[in-house]
Design a protein around this ligand. Structure first.
Ligand SMILES: [Zn+2]
Length: 364
């Protein structure tokens, strides 16, 4: 792996090789935990001799032991781009010789002073990060830790600027909770970064609410009429069978990846519905999402659902199962949502952009 990374860049010292190797090992460990990372989300970086070694766009942290997921970017080049108010991504219109482009979060990693930076979409963290009173809830749980709340900002330059602004007020922070997004940890080395993340996870752990069992017979009847599928297991069905979870997810978009992968609205088949009417009702949803909630029963999914969509949907179900019925949820607002849907992040992350359906508003 290190041999691959040496390709095309200046010689890497043995010490730096060890550090990059540690980052790859850490990336693989984090990427293998669905409660931390789903599909290609999350990224990790290390600053070495003026280079920022960062996960490339669209790569999966989980693959860090099998293939080259890191690429070097000159830190000076990232800062120059920021000075020109330009995202580093636009400087890499063409991928490097390995076919890689830097992560959309490269600027955010560059502005943090820490040598090692990890960013994950932790299920437990997001369950707090989407609540209006997230900061006060976290103040109790993270007491004694050097943490800061980062108000929602769009990925890329806006988020880098926001985290920079927060650092100006809370220098010394090494834990950043990104509203409606996830968590960023900075540390001197991989070991300390992982230690911090594990401690935050321990403090923010929430036991998911138990959902009623799915109505598999009903789901099978509906899905067979549509040539869709019924997911195995029970986790995903909580989105439809659990009243609180269903209400939260129907209320709007909790975080950008939800909209990028599943569109701005969650399609719902009201129940009871006559199987004979399902096709007619379903026509409204065509192309809107790769899953549909069947009220009170569970969900059905398009047979073409990708591995990434499946991972993202599992993450969504796990997040809403950790949000209480009295929580004041802060959904993405209209302009924030529109920016996510028009920012071409789908292409950036290697997933198709969903069309914007017209059958209902995000808050219907
Ligand atoms: Zn992210």
């Amino acid at each position: 792996m290190i041999e691959e990374l040496k390709h095309g860049v200046r010689r890497i010292s043995t010490r730096n090789e060890d550090e990059i190797s540690s980052l790859l090992q850490l990336s693989a460990r984090l990427g293998a935990e669905p409660l931390l990372v789903q599909a290609s989300t999350g990224n990790a970086s290390i600053k070495l001799d003026g280079l920022l070694w960062i996960k490339a766009s669209g790569q999966w942290l989980a693959d860090a032991r099998e293939r080259n997921i890191l690429m070097p970017v000159e830190l000076g080049r990232v800062h120059q781009c920021m000075d020109r108010d330009q995202d580093i991504g636009t400087d890499f219109a063409c991928p490097n010789r390995d076919g890689l482009r830097p992560s959309i979060e490269t600027s955010m990693h560059a502005v943090l002073p820490h040598r090692v930076v990890i960013h994950v979409h932790s299920i437990n963290t997001i369950a707090f990060a989407v609540q209006q009173d997230g900061p006060s809830l976290l103040a109790c749980r993270l007491a004694g830790m050097r943490w800061a709340w980062v108000p929602y900002a769009e990925s890329g330059l806006p988020l880098a600027r926001e985290i920079q602004r927060v650092m100006d007020f809370s220098s010394g922070s090494d834990i950043f909770i990104l509203a409606n997004h996830g968590i960023v940890i900075g540390a001197e080395d991989c070991e300390k970064a992982e230690e911090l993340l594990r401690e935050v996870e321990r403090r923010l752990a929430v036991t998911p609410r138990r959902a009623p069992d799915p109505e598999f017979n009903t789901l099978e009847s509906i899905s067979s009429a549509l040539h869709w599928c019924v997911p195995a297991g029970t986790t995903l069905h909580a989105l439809g069978s659990d009243t609180i979870s269903r209400s939260i997810v129907m209320g709007g978009v909790l975080y950008p990846c939800q909209a990028i992968f599943f569109g701005p609205c969650t399609p719902v088949l009201r129940y009871p519905v006559r199987v004979a009417d399902v096709r007619t009702r379903f026509a409204d949803f065509a192309g809107a999402s790769s899953f549909v909630i069947v009220e009170g029963c569970g969900i059905i999914v398009n047979g073409d659902m990708t591995r990434a969509e499946s991972a993202m949907l599992t993450g969504l179900a796990q997040i809403v199962q950790r949000i209480g019925d009295l929580a004041q949820v802060r959904y993405l607002e209209g302009t924030e949502l529109m920016r996510v849907l028009t920012a071409n992040t789908g292409d950036y992350r290697g997933v198709p952009q969903k069309t914007v359906p017209s059958f209902s508003s995000p808050h219907s």
